[in-house]
Design a protein around this ligand. Structure first.
Ligand code: C5P
Length: 305
């Protein structure tokens, strides 16, 4: 059986509107996702028995307790393979090998990306032939961001993030990402959001019109001004030094600066390649910054190849 390789991008949220916590513990979101050119790779090799194994090879030197990728059955890629197997009623096994580039617990959906890639890779290696919409149903069960990582490009996200609809968008954008020394737990940041909003009336989230207009026009300057993230205060509360990281990028002339999802990765919009290099250079000496990466978006979702 020949192995199948799937490349899957990281995601950023150009806006992240967060509503009041629901009865199931999740928060309603109004977001615009963009898939960016920072990829993990998942290789699936079929087995003769029914075992599912995983090995992880990391490219990042970002390490903390929370940043360790779980192995065995706790790994979300293994959960994805098991779910596909249950759904299709097959009993095949697979060896999954993950090459990690997307930061772990970085607010860029690194774990969700591997789940999306594992679904696509196992569907191919096992010949289970599920359609993309059928895979998206499984993806939503695995995590809020997983359906978007199958989709890629730009998309509006609703529900708890799992409902994905296309958005009219033009242009390719230059991003700089500042990775922090330690990951942040998404769950902890949402819990801090609730704590900070205790007793307050949290409105239902909406995607700002200005952001949609900027994307339709392909206007980087307007997009930079329209970037927003309702989890900023909660992430700053847990990690005060993130405020300095954002300030350094803004002083270096970024068109816009926000945290990626629940953080701690910070993202900066640049007008072109040279501008992106200037911002990256300014950030590289920032104390809270473990690594700086220049990237582009949008890019396609999880794909074989
Ligand atoms: O969906 P996912 O497993 O990626 O979410 C991780 C955690 O983030 C959830 O357990 C929940 O605590 C929090 N979360 C949330 N509201 C969302 C998405 C995630 O509260 N819309």
């Amino acid at each position: 059986m020949s192995p199948v390789n799937v490349r899957v991008p990281a995601k950023i949220n150009l806006c992240l509107g967060v509503g009041p916590v629901r009865d199931d513990g999740y928060h309603p979101l109004a977001t615009v996702y963009q898939a960016v050119d920072l990829h993990d790779e998942v290789r699936a090799t079929g087995r003769d028995d029914d075992q599912i194994t995983v090995s992880v090879h990391s490219e990042m030197d970002v390490r903390s307790e929370i940043s360790v990728v779980p192995d065995g059955d706790d790994n979300i890629a293994v959960k994805a393979a098991r779910l596909l197997r249950e759904r299709t009623g097959i009993s095949s096994g697979v060896d999954l090998s993950i090459r990690k580039v997307i930061p772990v617990a970085g607010g860029m959906a690194g774990g969700s990306a591997d789940a999306a890639a594992a679904l696509v890779a196992c569907n191919e290696v096992w010949g289970t032939g599920l359609s993309r919409p059928a895979l998206e149903v499984l993806a939503a069960q695995l995590g809020s961001d997983v359906p978007f990582l199958l989709h890629g490009g730009n998309a509006v996200g609703g529900g708890r993030g799992e409902t994905v609809s296309p958005v009219l968008a033009r242009g390719s954008y230059h991003w700089v990402f500042a990775m922090a020394h330690e990951g942040l737990s998404t769950r902890a940041v949402f819990a801090e959001f609730d704590r900070l909003n205790t007793g307050a009336e949290v409105p239902e989230p909406v995607v700002p019109d200005a952001l949609l207009a900027a994307l339709r026009a392909g206007d980087a300057e307007a997009l930079g001004a329209a970037l927003s993230n309702d989890l900023t205060e909660a992430a700053f509360s847990l990690r005060p030094e993130l405020e300095d990281t954002l300030s350094i990028g803004i002083e270096a002339g970024a068109l816009g600066a926000i945290l990626s999802g629940s953080g701690p990765t910070a993202l900066f919009l640049a007008s072109d390649e040279a501008h992106s290099l200037d911002i990256a250079f300014a950030l590289s000496s920032a104390a809270g910054c473990a690594d700086v990466v220049q990237s582009r978006g949008p890019v396609p979702g999880a794909r074989v190849g």
